[in-house]
Design a protein around this ligand. Structure first.
Ligand SMILES: Cc1cc2nc3c(=O)[nH]c(=O)nc-3n(C[C@H](O)[C@H](O)[C@H](O)COP(=O)(O)OP(=O)(O)OC[C@H]3O[C@@H](n4cnc5c(N)ncnc54)[C@H](O)[C@@H]3O)c2cc1C
Ligand code: FES
Length: 256
């Protein structure tokens, strides 16, 4: 039985004009919360719940980092400390935390939020971690990566004082120079597609946190399916909210 109840907002921080974090208690009824899992968060009563990944998990608290996109996230941005928020979760499979010796984390935009939770989880395991993160403009949620990654490359599409361009360019260079055991990826669909293509070409294992429109979040409505390879030539539709949102790059079939 999934946790589904109201939680009280115990902290809220503005990260950028349209990016903020919300913190609530990690109560025992939620059980283990894995990086890459998400909560379905109720907005106002006229809207479907919105899926939001965990950005930080401690034994006592959970932080979500949210970018304002439309009505639902705008509603959440107006909540204050002390307000109640209705959530269900944790949902989805989350990342496989393998005991690898060398990993690369690749994120784009608000996709860095679940990667922060992943990064914090693998840090104590003494895993050597490189990071490439890309933003449309000014970066956010950088500190954790910059302070502890072996190498942290930040790119921006605008002249924000960082390497200009997309994550795919430094990704190719990193894969040429270093043998990674696993690449962990989250970001917008075109980025996921490009990164999956490069990793598959270079035969490097990659876990993608897929993003798709969702409604129920628990596998009932079939809104969130994607094509996953089956056998040598076939494919199967899998629900991102239950069997995902993490899928391996080698198994995802992206629509053209
Ligand atoms: C598994 C998962 C984890 C996510 N984690 C985060 C996170 O940690 N932080 C964060 O800011 N955002 C996250 N998102 C994206 C977030 O759910 C959407 O930005 C949000 O649903 C947009 O809702 P809206 O009402 O503000 O926008 P609107 O555009 O008004 O939404 C309209 C409809 O489209 C859906 N929708 C719109 N954009 C997206 C999108 N990019 N992905 C999925 N559904 C979308 C909404 O659910 C809604 O049903 C995640 C999405 C998924 C699938
Ligand atoms: S959101 Fe309903 S099946 Fe995935």
């Amino acid at each position: 039985m999934k946790f589904s109840d109201q939680v009280k907002i115990i902290d809220k921080q503005t990260i950028q004009e349209d990016v903020f974090t919300i913190t609530f208690d990690h109560v025992p009824e939620m059980g283990l919360v894995k990086p890459g899992q998400f909560f379905n968060v109720a907005c106002d009563t006229t809207l479907l719940r919105r899926p939001i990944s965990v950005c930080e998990v401690t034994p006592t608290s959970i932080v979500l980092a949210i970018k304002v996109i439309g009505k639902g996230t705008a509603f959440l941005s107006k909540l204050r400390v002390g307000d109640q928020m209705e959530i269900m979760g944790p949902l989805g499979n989350g990342f496989d935390l393998v005991e690898d010796s060398k990993v690369l984390v690749v994120g784009g935009g608000i996709g860095v939020a679940p990667l922060k939770a992943l990064f914090e989880a693998i840090k104590p395991k003494n895993i050597s971690t490189d990071v490439i993160i890309g933003f449309r403009d000014q970066p956010y949620l950088l500190e954790a990566f910059q302070s502890s990654a072996d190498r942290c490359t930040v790119v921006s599409e605008t002249d924000a004082g960082y390497l200009k361009g997309y994550v795919s360019e430094p990704l190719r260079a990193h894969l040429e120079e270093t043998q990674y055991d696993m690449v962990y990826v989250c970001g917008p669909l075109p980025m996921l597609k490009a990164v999956a293509h490069i990793c598959n070409e270079k035969k490097v294992n990659a876990q993608l946190l897929m993003e798709e429109k969702m409604a129920c979040g628990v596998g009932a409505c079939l809104v969130c399916t994607c094509k996953i390879k089956e056998g040598d030539f076939g494919f199967k539709h899998k629900r991102m909210c239950v069997e995902g949102p993490m899928f391996y790059a080698s198994e995802v079939i992206f629509d053209a």
